[in-house]
Design a binder for this molecule. Sequence first.
Ligand SMILES: C[S@@+](CC[C@H](N)C(=O)[O-])C[C@H]1O[C@@H](n2cnc3c(N)ncnc32)[C@H](O)[C@@H]1O
Length: 411
Amino acid sequence: MNLALPDAATTTPVRCPHFGPCGGCTSLDLPYADELRAKEEKLQTAFSRHAVLAKAPFLPILGATEPLLYRNSIKVPFGWSATGPVAGFFERRSHKIVDLTTCLIQHPKLTQVLLATKEIVAELKIAIHDARTGRGMLRHLVARIGEGTGEVLAGLVVQAKGYGKIRGLALKLMERLSGDGLVGVVQNIHADDEDHAILGPETVPLAGRAYLDEVSDGLKLRTSLQSFMQVNSAQARVLYGEVLRMLSGSLVDDGPGEGSRIDLAGQKIVDLFCGVGPIALRLARAGAQVAGVEYSEDAVRSARFAAKANGLADRLAFHAGDAAQLLEKLAEGNTIDAVVVDPPRRGLSERLVKSLLASPAKKIVYVSCDPFTFARDLELLAAGFEVAAVRPVDLFPRTLHLEAVALLQRR
Ligand SMILES: C[S@@+](CC[C@H](N)C(=O)[O-])C[C@H]1O[C@@H](n2cnc3c(N)ncnc32)[C@H](O)[C@@H]1O
């Protein structure tokens, strides 16, 4: 198989003082080309378990030109050591926190927010939550950067509202870092120690804004900390370009970045699991009429904002709700040329597979972040659709995670 090799300078292993125990990344010690090859093999292994996918045509992986310092979002727990607060990723297969001083995969501005937060937590003697005793307030720091705007948004995940020192921490962070792009600090309330999700149900602003603006491929986007966005902005652009290329029927392997020149005028496309709208907006800009569907109302609000902000509101409608239910509604008496699906790791529900098979769509573009549920769902969809192309895209360099996209055509 051919390999889209990145620049030679980025293929050499690099050193991080935390590499080994730290669970933040896994492959810093490998040349990048080997990592890409292993990812292609992982996808092929997942497909090889399903006889019906034996002839699926694989396109070469699209590797990152910059496989370091790319993560645009962090979610790290706080803990306590003999010398003061610690914060960082968990050690592999453990709940011991690696006290990060640097990180070679996350954006440097996020490391800066992490280190500043830790210092202020020590200065203000903020009580860190301990799930064993139920005492203490601060649980996690979450933060995100919009790479196209440089805006940073931080969130403090706390046990309960109304702890004055948390507001003090937010104000000090703004004082120190607003010159470096910090536009706001929110608090997220997460009181349930049995719930292992990082974010709890309620988020309220503490200082500055509760959202950040981003610009990607010339499109304005808006997001909060609760909504999903791909963690690698540069490779997300490559992935979205591939989605458009597959929809346009142009499978020529002429490298990434062609998405913005593709013409989808007159096409009616449903974008399921649309998040804050990065795919739907690109489809509408290429001329398609698009219905986006997303469970999170917060993300749908951001997507509707972006539709207006980009002058594309007449070609876009966003609906909040379940993908399968809404696809069934949208299919009633309407033409649908194609459907894009980009589900969470668990893949498609049985009901959604049935709705896709029963829909009038002639094409499906399936974006997946889990090769095994991806292959499982493609086998189920093979009852009505043939896999015309599969392309891995490296969205998570230096880790084992793998993103891939497939074009399915009605048999
Ligand atoms: C992998 S993300 C993809 C988001 C978007 N396509 C992007 O590239 O940013 C999956 C999204 O599906 C949403 N979601 C999860 N379950 C859903 C469901 N049953 N129906 C609709 N959306 C759902 C999540 O809230 C999340 O925004």
